[in-house]
Design a protein around this ligand. Structure first.
Ligand SMILES: NC(=O)c1ccc[n+]([C@@H]2O[C@H](COP(=O)([O-])OP(=O)(O)OC[C@H]3O[C@@H](n4cnc5c(N)ncnc54)[C@H](O)[C@@H]3O)[C@@H](O)[C@H]2O)c1
Ligand SMILES: O=c1ccn([C@@H]2O[C@H](COP(=O)(O)OP(=O)(O)O[C@H]3O[C@H](CO)[C@@H](O)[C@H](O)[C@H]3O)[C@@H](O)[C@H]2O)c(=O)[nH]1
Length: 444
């Protein structure tokens, strides 16, 4: 089977490479000619563990091709995935212009029967718009070709994208007829060997499933961040509370880690878009409004702790940041909480030294020369008054504290052991853990 994937970002490139890996003939198409040129040479536009290997291997063996031309790529394809961005518009709604542009191009260039699949995250009703755009483009050229429009939202996580795609918990497919279902079932058959299901449903439900999944995960995180804030006030330790509640299988251990707020290209924008869809139907999604508000506040929590610790005097203070990306194992800086923290620190007059294992090139595009770029965690900590752990990269987990002169540590992801840090003479602030002032009171 031949497949065209339009858009070679996180989703499109991973989809194309993983489909090629199991034997499908794939052409990945993108308007960004420089990106396509680099991909042809085996240079990837993003850092994603395991991706380079399968891209290069399948490109070499000829199953994975790259092109800037949908016109030349689409003949002979049975499936066309639309995997372009759906960034938030000014009112928070998903901007569908790229999706509909691609739909129009597909209608303009398709030459035979085709299943057109939206893989981008799109609000309910988008498949209808895609259908209309394809139909109009076909009519404009006087062509009559069979096609179906299906919805197949993607659930991969950045940093684990290849593993998530190769071994999905489930594959959700929204279809209008049996014909499209059969094509997609055979395309995905190699990924279902681990027993996880392909869930067929109507198109609107598939589109909604994606937003509901991300909204639920974001809700779990904001809920825990709210509880973490209360833990600090009452003198409880959220790490213990997390284990205590996670052990109930109805709650589960995953996605209940407090931190400095969720970031990335999905949760913030998808929560916004779902709230917006609610408003279009005159229905306020009050839980999600709170989820978003809690997250906005959570991104400021670490700065507030630093500010209070230094009695509001951050001029002439140097703060070292460990990690910049919105989560480990990615260089994605979209909506990264580190950006909010850096802004606040600079505004308060602090100087900021930063190190991230892979996101520095990407981060430099936003932070420029406003921070001091360092070569590793120890270099970042050199001469710093405090260290702030922002992203829980593995290489930050076991530092040699003897090499760190700063006597205060702000742990934005609760990865360190406060007792061990105290032994090393370091004052420790976690998120939702027992704070130093209260620790002293408890000791007294
Ligand atoms: N990033 C994720 O982890 C993730 C996971 C699941 C779903 N999604 C959703 O998938 C979609 C894509 O996300 P992403 O992070 O891969 O986006 P991205 O911004 O990384 O990549 C989008 C790509 O589409 C290309 N493009 C734009 N218009 C085009 C056109 N007309 N023709 C060809 N190419 C075009 C861009 O050049 C870019 O390379 C979004 O809707 C997103 O919400 C993302
Ligand atoms: O317990 C947790 C889990 C995550 N996070 C934060 O939440 C954000 C998102 O993390 P994660 O979900 O792991 O990464 P994404 O790549 O954004 O993946 C989410 O967004 C994708 C795009 O829609 C979906 O496909 C995935 O299923 C969904 O997990 C990051 O800032 C994390 O630090 C927490 O604060 N606490």
């Amino acid at each position: 089977m031949k497949v065209v994937v339009v858009g070679t970002g996180y989703v499109g490139l991973v989809t194309g490479a993983c489909l090629a890996e199991v034997g499908t003939e794939v052409v990945c198409v993108d308007v960004d000619a420089a990106k396509i040129g680099r991909l042809e040479q085996g240079i990837l536009p993003i850092y994603e563990p395991g991706l380079e290997e399968i891209v290069v291997r399948n490109h070499r063996n000829g199953r994975l091709k790259f092109s800037t031309s949908l016109e030349f790529s689409i003949p002979g394809a049975s499936v066309a995935f639309i995997a372009v961005g759906t960034p938030p518009g000014e009112d928070g709604s998903a901007d569908l212009r790229y999706v509909l542009q691609v739909a129009k191009e597909i209608g303009t260039h398709m030459t035979g029967p085709l299943v057109i699949v939206t893989k981008s995250t799109v609000p309910v009703g988008t498949a209808v718009k895609v259908n209309r755009a394809v139909k109009e483009a076909l009519q404009a050229r006087g062509a009559q070709l069979d096609y179906d429009v299906a919805s197949n939202p993607e659930f991969l996580k950045e940093g684990a994208a290849v593993a998530d795609f190769m071994k999905p918990d489930r594959i959700v497919v929204g279809v209008n007829n049996e014909r499209a279902a059969k094509v997609l079932e055979s395309l995905y058959a190699p990924f279902l060997l681990n027993g996880h299901p392909i869930l067929f449903m109507d198109v609107a439900s598939a589109e909604m499933t994606k937003y509901a999944a991300n909204a639920m995960l974001a809700t779990k995180i904001s809920f825990m961040n709210d509880i973490a804030g209360l833990c600090e006030l009452v003198g409880a330790d959220v790490n213990k509370v997390r284990k205590g509640i996670g052990s109930d299988p109805r709650i589960g251990h995953r996605f209940i880690y407090p931190g400095i707020g969720y970031g990335g290209s999905c949760f913030p924008k998808d929560v916004k878009a779902l709230i917006r869809t609610g408003l279009e139907y005159d229905r306020r999604l009050r839980i999600l409004e709170a989820v978003e508000a809690v997250n906005d506040d959570q991104k400021k929590v670490m700065f507030d702790k630093i500010f209070r610790h230094f009695d509001g005097q951050l001029k002439n203070k140097t703060i070292a940041l460990w990690g910049l990306s919105f989560k480990p194992n990615t260089d994605d800086m979209r909506e990264a909480p580190s950006l909010v923290l850096v802004d606040s620190l600079l505004e308060a007059g602090a100087s900021v030294r930063v190190f991230d294992p892979v996101a520095m090139v990407e981060a430099r595009k936003t932070l420029g020369d406003h921070v001091i770029w360092c070569s590793d965690l120890y270099h970042a900590a050199e001469g710093a008054d405090a260290v702030a752990l922002v992203t829980e990269w593995n290489e930050f987990r076991l530092p040699d504290w003897q090499r760190i002169s700063a006597r205060v540590l702000f742990d934005g992801r609760n990865i360190y052991d406060d007792v061990q840090l105290h032994k090393n003479g370091i004052t420790y602030y976690g998120i939702g853990t027992i704070q130093p002032t209260l620790q002293k009171m408890i000791t007294i």
